[in-house]
Ligand binder design. Structure first.
Ligand SMILES: Nc1ncnc2c1ncn2[C@@H]1O[C@H](COP(=O)(O)OP(=O)(O)OP(=O)(O)O)[C@@H](O)[C@H]1O
Ligand SMILES: [Mg+2]
Length: 373
């Protein structure tokens, strides 16, 4: 790539998506997305089905013609309106869910496919080095149909990384694998991507996978970025109920702001930044509810006594269905009687047991209701 095409403001060694929008017919699939990914950085793109994740990846790869905005790789514009560097010249490695291996080539042939301009010995050395990284050296001469799903995915990753791309684009690369294999392969993939120092944009449906893999999580909703940040920021300070819900089922209730707080059955939660007397949505993570045997005692300040409707051991955690009684006695807070709590798996109360419930305010979030903005 010529240095004349580089701009000093552009991101060196990485991917920069600037003001990109895309419509299919009249339907907007990607809406004014801005995203910079630095060399060696791994960004997970998450969001509900149809929110535009694959379209954004395909635009970055050059598989879809750009309609609006620009895409830069390593400081050079690879796509702008009326300008498109072909996919094979962009320096991107692709691993798509349905990106099958070439059946007529063995493992070495697949991995070496994109290696051009190398001598035979350089090519063989590069193939061996990358197969070593993905722990598949002994399968060098195997055929794709002789490999398990997990092994095929390792080879697809090796094939994408072999030509030393500057940017890796992965679209749900582990979704065809069972839970155990998935955990193993994503761990290996994370280390291989980091070793190679490549800028990575990876799509996943799975919140836990995104937390595991990502330096930064980008959550899309209807073609737009709803929130972007480090996992700890997106999880700990969700910008909306939509973001909070993405990380798993939550308890939701409504309340009215009084003296910069809102009442919940489990005590007051700060509603700073919301107007006095405004109706707000309160999202409480199941992990936020702290449970202890009530031992016949009445609920203390900031506590609530609840009856266990059901308790299920899930392994590391237990999932507790709680009945907190009728909505009367909790002032203006309209809430369901039924709450869910997730507690360490060592705690498994009996049905009908009475528990005292208190709240970790760091896992309770207050938002303006969606119709008020
Ligand atoms: N080739 C296409 N022609 C017409 N519409 C398309 C095309 N590709 C995607 N769309 C539409 O664009 C929107 C975004 O699709 P996209 O595949 O990017 O979603 P996604 O976030 O990857 O979803 P999923 O999680 O289900 O893979 C959807 O409404 C989809 O129907
Ligand atoms: Mg998709």
């Amino acid at each position: 790539m010529s240095s004349a095409g580089a701009r000093p403001s552009a991101l060196r060694g990485g991917l920069a998506i600037r003001g990109v929008s895309h419509s299919f017919d009249d339907r907007r699939a990607v809406d004014d997305v801005h995203l910079d990914i630095g060399a060696g950085e791994l960004v997970c793109l998450v969001g509900p089905s149809g929110c535009g994740k694959t379209t954004l990846l395909r635009l970055s790869a050059g598989l879809v013609t750009l309609q609006q905005g620009t895409i830069e790789i390593d400081g050079s514009i690879v796509a702008a309106v009326g300008h498109s560097v072909p996919p094979e010249a962009r320096g991107v490695g692709l691993v798509f869910q349905d990106y099958a291996l070439f059946p007529h080539l063995d493992v070495a042939g697949n991995v070496g496919f994109g290696l051009i301009g190398l001598s035979a010995s350089e090519r063989a050395a590069r193939i061996d080095a990358i197969l070593h990284q993905v722990n598949m050296v002994e399968y060098r001469n195997a055929w794709p149909h002789q490999l398990s799903g997990g092994q095929q995915q390792r080879i697809a990753l090796a094939r994408a990384l072999a030509p030393r791309p500057r940017v890796m684009l992965l679209d749900e690369p582990f979704s065809g694998l069972d839970t155990r294999l998935r955990a193993l392969i994503r761990d290996d993939t994370l280390h291989v991507l980091k070793e190679n120092g490549v800028a990575t944009l990876m799509v996943t449906h799975d919140a836990e996978e995104a937390m595991f893999m990502a330096d930064r999580i980008v959550l899309m909703n209807r073609g737009r970025i709803e929130q972007a940040g480090k996992p700890v920021e997106v999880y700990g300070k969700p910008a909306s109920a939509f973001v909070a819900r993405f990380f798993g089922e939550v308890n939701e209730l409504r309340g009215i702001v009084r003296n910069r707080s809102v009442a919940t059955p489990f005590g007051l939660v700060s509603a700073d930044g919301h107007a006095e007397a405004a109706t707000v949505e309160i999202v409480i993570r199941p992990e936020a509810l702290k449970l202890a045997p009530a031992n016949g005692a009445a609920a203390g300040e900031g506590q609530c006594v609840a009856k266990v409707m059901a308790a299920r051991l899930l392994g590391r955690s237990s999932w507790i269905h709680l009945d907190i009684g009728g909505p009367s006695g909790h002032g203006e807070t309209a809430h369901a009687q039924h709450f869910h709590a997730r507690v360490p798996g060592s705690f498994l109360p009996a049905e009908n047991e009475m528990l005292s419930v208190s709240l970790d305010p760091a896992q309770a979030f207050v938002f303006a209701p969606p119709d008020s903005s």
